[in-house]
Design a protein around this ligand. Structure first.
Ligand SMILES: [Zn+2]
Length: 241
């Protein structure tokens, strides 16, 4: 995605007046939420907005089981990952798809995040730089839809849903978490926390699409469009570690 966005979580920022992003914090502008509390991941990037053709392609894969769509989505995601690569540590990056519960995976026939990750890793040319690892981050509980829940409810809904089956595989590793869509960041944050707790060094996030809501970059006053609930949610998480 191009334009003005939070350097950490990828949230679209509204720069007041004639400012452009390079004039704010040297192009490293953060949304208000990321100014207040660091998310558990280093950065979250997405290829594009969850709308139009991109949304259609994701739906083809997920709901109509059109598997070749995963290669297309993987290819575009590879470009996005490549653009983030320069700020990632040297050495091997472990690529971890957000897992589905086994019942859901059986029902769909595949995990779309895993297929997209596979497609992306194939495109990323440097051998050994990106190492796909599946089956270690697991979803041990089925979770209902996150749609319509408050941020607190979303976090409660996912609490304990993910686990690392073999922490030795994550110890001191740099992880790139992959998913199809980044909506509120609750899933990515929860996975990142579980990975860090298992000993991972750092977690990065790349998704094909993200839903966009406009946040204000101004620091001085709380804008109306920053949800207090979101902020409390992340502060609560930070307090609990
Ligand atoms: Zn942010």
């Amino acid at each position: 995605m191009t334009g003005s966005y939070c350097i950490v979580c990828g949230q679209v920022l509204h720069f007041p007046g004639s400012l452009n992003r390079d004039e704010v914090d040297g192009g490293e502008a953060r949304c208000l939420l990321c100014q207040r509390v660091d998310p558990p991941f280093e950065r979250a990037v997405a290829y594009g907005s969850y709308e139009g053709g991109l949304r259609d392609l994701i739906h083809l894969l997920k709901f109509q089981q059109v598997r070749p769509a995963a290669n297309v989505l993987g290819r575009v995601l590879a470009g996005t990952i490549a653009s983030m690569e320069k700020v990632m540590p040297v050495g091997t990056i472990v690529v971890v798809p957000v897992p589905l519960h086994r019942n859901k995976k059986a029902q769909r026939g595949f995990n779309q995040a895993e297929m997209i990750a596979r497609g992306a890793v194939k495109q990323l040319s440097r051998p050994k730089r990106f190492d796909l690892l599946t089956g270690v981050l697991v979803r041990r509980r089925e979770t209902g839809s996150q749609i319509g829940l408050t941020s607190h409810q979303r976090r409660e809904n996912l609490r304990g849903a993910f686990a690392v089956s073999d922490p030795t595989r994550m110890l001191n590793r740099d992880i790139l978490l992959i998913d199809d869509v980044f909506t509120t960041g609750t899933t990515a944050s929860e996975c990142a926390r579980v990975l860090l707790r298992a000993g991972a060094a750092r977690v990065w996030v790349a998704t094909v699409a993200r839903t966009l809501k406009i946040a204000d970059v101004r620091i001085s006053a709380l804008p109306e469009d920053l949800s207090e609930q979101d902020s409390e949610d992340r502060l609560g998480v930070a307090a609990q570690g």
